[in-house]
Structure formats: C-alpha cells, structure tokens
Write a protein that binds this ligand. Structure first.
Ligand SMILES: *[C@@H]1O[C@H](CO)[C@@H](O)[C@H](O)[C@H]1NC(C)=O
Ligand SMILES: *[C@@H]1O[C@H](CO)[C@@H](O)[C@H](O)[C@H]1NC(C)=O
Ligand SMILES: *[C@@H]1O[C@H](CO)[C@@H](O)[C@H](O)[C@H]1NC(C)=O
Ligand SMILES: *[C@@H]1O[C@H](CO)[C@@H](O)[C@H](O)[C@H]1NC(C)=O
Ligand SMILES: *[C@@H]1O[C@H](CO)[C@@H](O)[C@H](O)[C@H]1NC(C)=O
Length: 386
C-alpha cells in the first residue's frame, strides 16, 4: 500500500513533464522535433529542434485561429519582447489547405507582408481536421541570438484577414497580451519558456505583496484601532498589532525585493507608477518600524506628536498599499476572479472596520456617561502597557 501511495505521489510530481499535450501531437511527412512546449497561453504548442553547429532552428507551431477563417502567428523578436519588431510567420486557411506568409512588424497597424530580418526556408502550413493550423519553418538564427542561446518568441491568434491582404487585429485579452516569452534553445527542458518562469516570479511577487501591504497591514491597523477599546484586550492588542505589522513588513520587504528585481529585468516595459509607489511604501514602512523604537512613554509630552506621526504614516501606508495592489493587478492581469476576491476581502475588512468603529463609539460614550469624571482619551484604558 505504502509503495503504491509513494509511487502515485511521485507520478503526480513528474506528471507535468509527462502530460504535456504537445507530446501527443505528431506531424505529416515524418517531421520530428526533439523538444516540444505547451505554450502558457492561447492553447498553442511549439515543437522545435535546434542545431547549434549551424544555428538552424526547425519549428512547428500549432494553434487554432480565434475564428475559423482567422490566422495564427509565431514570431521571433530579435530586438524586443513584444509585438513591435517581431519577425513573424503567419498562417491562414486557403482553398482547402493553408498558406504561410512572413510579416516584418514595425507598427501596430496596418500589418503588411514583408521580408524577415533573418533567413527562413521550407516554410509551409497545414490545416488540421480539428480547426488547428500548423506553421512549419526552418530559421537561421541571427548570430547574436545564437550566441546567447535564447530568443524572444511571440505568438498570437487572430480572427480574419482584411481586404487588402492585411491581418484583422487580434483581441487584447490578457491571454493575447501574455503570449510572449523567451525560448531557451539549448537547455531543451520542456519548461524552457523563460516567460513562464518569469510569470512564476511575478506571481510570487504578487502574492507576497497582496498578503503584506494589501491584507496584513490593514488587519494590523484594525487590531490597533479597535481591540484596545476593550479593556480585557490590553495589552494583548499591542503585541498582536506589533506582530501583525512586523510580519507584514518582513513579507512586504521580500515582496518589494522581488518587485525591484523584476523591474530591473524588464528592459522594455517600465511600470513607473507602480514602482515609485512601491519604493514610497518601503520607505514609509521602514520609518514606521522606527516608530516602534522611538515610541515615547504614553505620559510623555511628545506622545501626542508621536501618535500623529505613527497614525499618519499608518494610514498612508494602507491607502498607498491598496492602490499599488490594484496597479499590480492591472499589470499582472492574473484573471478577474483574483481581483474580485481581493475587492471582496477589502470590502469585508472595511465593513468590519465600520462596525467596530460604531461599536467603539457606543462603548466610549457609555463609559463617558458612567464615569463622567474620567473621560476616555483614546489611549488610556487598561493599565497593562506602559
Ligand atoms: C498521430 O497521433 C494520433 C493520435 O495522437 C495517432 O492516432 C496516430 O496514429 C499518430 N500518427 C503517427 C504517424 O504516429
Ligand atoms: C547540425 O548541422 C551540421 C552542419 O550542417 C550537421 O553536420 C549535423 O549533422 C547537424 N546535427 C543534427 C543533429 O542534425
Ligand atoms: C543545418 O543543418 C541541418 C541538419 O543537417 C540542415 O537541415 C540545415 O539546412 C542546415 N542549415 C543551414 C543554414 O545550412
Ligand atoms: C523580399 O526579398 C525578395 C528577394 O530577397 C525581393 O525580391 C522582394 O522584393 C522582397 N520583398 C519585400 C516586400 O521587400
Ligand atoms: C522591417 O521594417 C523596418 C521598419 O520599417 C525596417 O527598418 C527594416 O529594414 C525591415 N526589415 C526588412 C528585412 O525588410
């Protein structure tokens, strides 16, 4: 029993490599390729063989046009990472078969046929019975890219052809915009779409920062603001608050670091707003940590100013943190449901805060009326914390 369990567990671990859809795809004319990849978006597949001794790349690219008389495209971008500059092979159906053409994409439109910046030969296309198209081609990889052993690839599917031989533009859904990455020609591992590992890094960055700036910091503030109204929660609220904000800070710094690294690696695209808010957040939160060390005794005459400083920074961090989480969502495009989930979470936290705010006022006013000689000053309940 145990070995069987272990075996199925191992199988589960290995299966991503084994269960690639592209492994079950085969081609006419005995075309064989040494590697294949399930590309991360648009249900597209790339099969390739790279011969480094004469820097020749043979590819077969399989995808389904977004409409039956649409087009599919696979491109190398020798100068950038996205669509502009792409040297594209485009295929569409034509009189029972399929047709392949080359496009030198130098603007967002109109997209017209043109020669590529590198040599391409044996380029053909076939249409499958399941509506897919396949582009076959051999490419002489430019010397600088061959030396790097990696290329930037871009792929796409579109709905149709224009009257003038141009292409009807593709959709701009997240899956379309994410259809790019690097292809490691040498490593040959099936997970070698560099864009994929970058996506993983971006997801880690997103999760760390949502948890830290987007959730833990606000929760810590809610704890500090509302729990201390209850005398029995003193001094527990204080330690909970410190624990929450310190964890948030540690996770946040890790998330911030991954963000700075992603930013440094992203040569083409810059998200300046997101980056600058991130840097501001890191600085504010670091100053806030010092607030803990500089905290005057609560009877001290500067405590009033310390409170203003600590609370002002705290609320700025929450507001900027939430803004930056949404900016991040718009960059990473993780799918609407993640954004919706976060909006619901923030709404729930906001609802809890409003409820507790009301409750606090009730408690405070009650206390005031019963002990009118000693008014509540907001920082004075309980004796536990000095
Ligand atoms: C190609 O794959 C299909 C199913 O995956 C299989 O039925 C067919 O025999 C294969 N053809 C060749 C030539 O291997
Ligand atoms: C790679 O290309 C060289 C030069 O054309 C050739 O001699 C060699 O056999 C090729 N390697 C493979 C694996 O096809
Ligand atoms: C490189 O070698 C392969 C395999 O021998 C061959 O198919 C291809 O045409 C060669 N490339 C060039 C540029 O000669
Ligand atoms: C592409 O190159 C061929 C020959 O290399 C040339 O005859 C043709 O005019 C070129 N096409 C364009 C659109 O530049
Ligand atoms: C591709 O287009 C760009 C911009 O129009 C041009 O500079 C370049 O020479 C073109 N490349 C080829 C191979 O025609």
């Amino acid at each position: 029993m145990a070995p069987l369990f272990l075996f199925s567990f191992l199988a589960l671990l290995i299966s991503p490599a084994v269960s690639l859809t592209c492994n079950s795809q085969n081609f006419t004319k005995n075309r064989l390729y040494s590697k294949c990849l399930d590309l991360p978006t648009l249900s597209s597949y790339l099969h390739f063989t790279y011969n480094s001794s004469n820097s020749t790349l043979s590819v077969a690219f399989v995808a389904k046009p977004s409409q039956s008389d649409g087009w599919i495209s696979w491109a190398i971008n020798p100068t950038g990472t996205g669509m502009l500059g792409s040297q594209a092979l485009v295929a569409y159906k034509k009189s029972g078969g399929a047709m392949v053409k080359t496009y030198n994409i130098s603007s967002y439109g109109p997209i017209l046929e043109g020669n590529l910046s590198f040599e391409v030969w044996d380029n053909t296309a076939e249409s499958g019975s399941d509506g897919t198209l396949t582009i076959f081609a051999k490419i002489k990889v430019p010397a600088d890219l061959a030396a790097k052993g990696a290329i930037n690839q871009v792929w796409q599917v579109g709905p149709g052809l224009g009257t003038n031989g141009g292409l009807v533009p593709h959709a701009t859904a997240p899956a379309n915009l994410a259809a790019k990455g690097t292809l490691d020609l040498k490593s040959g591992q099936s997970a070698s779409v560099g864009g994929d590992s970058r996506t993983k890094k971006k997801n880690i960055h997103g999760i760390l920062n949502v948890v830290s700036w987007g959730i833990l910091f606000p929760v810590g503030v809610i704890i500090a603001r509302y729990l201390r109204t209850f005398e029995s929660a003193d001094p527990a609220w204080f330690y909970l608050h410190v624990f929450c904000q310190l964890s948030a800070y540690v996770i946040g710094v890790a998330g911030w670091g991954t963000g700075m690294k992603l930013g440094a690696e992203s040569k083409g695209v810059q998200y300046r707003g997101h980056r600058n808010i991130g840097i501001a957040l890191f600085s504010l939160a670091t100053v806030q940590i010092f607030a803990l060390l500089l905290r005057p005794n609560k009877d001290h005459k500067y405590r009033f100013y310390w409170n203003i400083y600590h609370h002002g920074l705290g609320y700025s961090i929450i507001i900027l943190g939430i803004i930056n989480v949404f900016k991040g969502f718009n960059i990473l495009l993780p799918g609407e449901h993640w954004k919706t989930a976060y909006i619901i979470l923030i709404a729930v936290l906001g609802g809890i805060a409003v409820l507790l705010e009301a409750l606090t006022w009730i408690v405070v006013l009650k206390r005031k009326s019963s002990k009118s000689t000693k008014p509540y000053d907001g920082y004075n309940n309980g004796q536990g914390r000095a």
